[in-house]
Ligand binder design. Structure first.
Ligand code: ATP
Ligand code: MG
Length: 211
C-alpha cells in the first residue's frame, strides 16, 4: 500500500483486529500474503519486527515489564540499540508525552488509559515504517487524545488506523471497510465513508434487532 494514511472501518466482529494481526505477521493468512516493501513478512520475522509496529486493542496484552522505562526500552533493545542509547531514546519518548516520571513508575499501577498510552509511546519510540493502531484513542482523556493526534499527524511513516469514528480518518488517503472478514469497500474516504455511514444508520441496522 503506497498510501501513508489508511483507515479501517467495520462493525464489531467484522475482522478488523484480525486483519491488523495478519498485517503485522502475527497470524497466518489463509489466502494472500503480506508484503512490506516487496518482502514477505512471514519469511523474515526480524525485519518485519523492525518495520511494522502494532498497537493492540487491549493494552493489557502488550505490557510485560515492571517499570515504564523497561517497557519502552524493550522494543528499542530488540531493534539492536545498545542499552545506553535505548535508555536515552526511551526517556525521550516518555518526555515527549510529558510522562518522564513514568520511567520509574510501576506499570501494574497504571490505569487502563495510562497503559494504553504507554504502549503507544513504546511503539512510537521504535519509529516503525508501518504503524498499525487498533483504536488508538479508546479510553484516552481529551488532552491525551489531542496530544496523540498531533503526534500521529507528524508521523513520518505509514499509519494504518482502525476506528469506529469515520471523522478521524476523513482526511486519510485510503479507507477500507471490512465486513464479515472481507473487504467490502476500498477507496478514498469520499468513496467509502458515506456508504458505510448510510448502512450503519439504515433502518434495520439496529444492533439489538434480534432481542
Ligand atoms: N477473515 C476472517 N476469516 C475468518 N474468521 C475471521 C476473519 N476475520 C475475523 N474472523 C473471526 O471473527 C472474530 C472477530 O474478529 P475481530 O476481533 O477481528 O473483529 P473486530 O472487527 O476487531 O471487532 P471489534 O470492533 O469488536 O474490535 C475473530 O476472532 C475471528 O475468529
Ligand atoms: Mg477489534
Amino acid at each position: 500500500m503506497p498510501e501513508r494514511r489508511i483507515g479501517i472501518l467495520g462493525r464489531n466482529g467484522s475482522g478488523k483486529s484480525t486483519l491488523a494481526r495478519a498485517m503485522a505477521g502475527l497470524i497466518d493468512t489463509v489466502e494472500g500474503k503480506v508484503t512490506i516493501g516487496g518482502d514477505d513478512i512471514r519469511k523474515d520475522r526480524k525485519t518485519a519486527l523492525r518495520r511494522v509496529g502494532i498497537l493492540f486493542q487491549n493494552p493489557e496484552h502488550q505490557i510485560i515489564f515492571p517499570t515504564g522505562l523497561e517497557e519502552v526500552r524493550f522494543g528499542l533493545l530488540q531493534m539492536g540499540h545498545p542499552k545506553r542509547e535505548a535508555t536515552r531514546l526511551a526517556e525521550a519518548a516518555l518526555a515527549r508525552f510529558g510522562r518522564a516520571h513514568w520511567a520509574e513508575r510501576s506499570t501494574a499501577a497504571l490505569s487502563q488509559g495510562q497503559k494504553h498510552l504507554l504502549c503507544v509511546i513504546s511503539l512510537l519510540a521504535m519509529e516503525p515504517a508501518v504503524l498499525i493502531l487498533d483504536e488508538p484513542f479508546s479510553g484516552l482523556d481529551i488532552p491525551t487524545e489531542r496530544a496523540l493526534r498531533r503526534v500521529l499527524e507528524d508521523y513520518p511513516g505509514t499509519l494504518v488506523q482502525i476506528t469506529h469514528d469515520p471523522q478521524v480518518i476523513a482526511a486519510y488517503d485510503r479507507v477500507l471497510w471490512i465486513d464479515e472478514g472481507r473487504v467490502r469497500a476500498d477507496g478514498t474516504p469520499d468513496a467509502v465513508i458515506p456508504d458505510y455511514l448510510a448502512e450503519m444508520t439504515a433502518e434495520g441496522a439496529d444492533a439489538f434487532a434480534d432481542l
